[in-house]
Design a protein around this ligand. Sequence first.
Ligand code: AMP
Length: 279
Amino acid sequence: MPVFRHSKALRTELEKSSGASVGFVPTMGFLHDGHLSLIEKAASENDTVVVSIFVNPTQFNNSEDLEKYPRDVAGDIEKIHRKYANTLIFIPETEDLYPNGASFEKIDFQGLDQVMEGRFRPGHFQGVGAVVQILFDIVRPNLAYFGEKDFQQLLIIKYLTAYLKLPIRIIGCPTLREPNGLAMSSRNERLSPAARLQAGLIYDTLSQAKDWFRTMPAEAVKSLVNQAFERHPAFHPEYVEIADEQTLKPVRKASDGRCRLFVAVFIEHVRLIDNILLN
Ligand code: AMP
């Protein structure tokens, strides 16, 4: 299957098989098994699968992070086609997606974009919302697949789809982890081998927190999680939050409803995020 570098060419191809169900997996590339698990699910549920690879500049509030974002387009194409030969791969240029420059309409996400990732990466979710809207408009999928690793993003995409009344089902997919529990991420490549091993502490701590939360209020659990990270000089937590799974509002205790623990931690200047369902 060819790789599509232009949205028009991809549209032409998709229109050849109108009526087929289309599953869409948007990515920023440098693919790992977490991404491939989304493609696997999309392939099992749709006639046609589209995977996009695009490092979206409008969602980076830090130009160094954008520049350092790992890229390996040839490797990505190989990984996808080795297992999923019929996948349509879309690798657009920035000008194709943003013909009028980086300006786009802002969406009121009802505060979902103001906490956690949104608080520490101002404008990030407006950029995510913009690119996903543009990509949805090109691909027009029936189903679109997003990882729970970026749980706040998943909620925001669900909100966006409902707000725009798009006929697209958003499917959340579980987080794939390295053998030590570290959530797979393209950013893990930037860690030294020793730090990558040590970073297993993030998931160990999240798992422990699940136990703590059975008997302790949220504030106490958050303190213990912070302490667990701060005991290690290499770990620099940015936030530790316990929030409702739907509203992302802070939760005080387990009986307040289904909630998750969310963390962002810097290790060797690499920003890692993870979350776990607590109850
Ligand atoms: P990214 O390339 O980081 O933008 O990720 C593309 C998609 O893959 C997003 O929906 C992510 O949530 C998802 N994803 C990233 N890492 C994982 C993982 N470890 N397990 C499952 N899905 C993931």
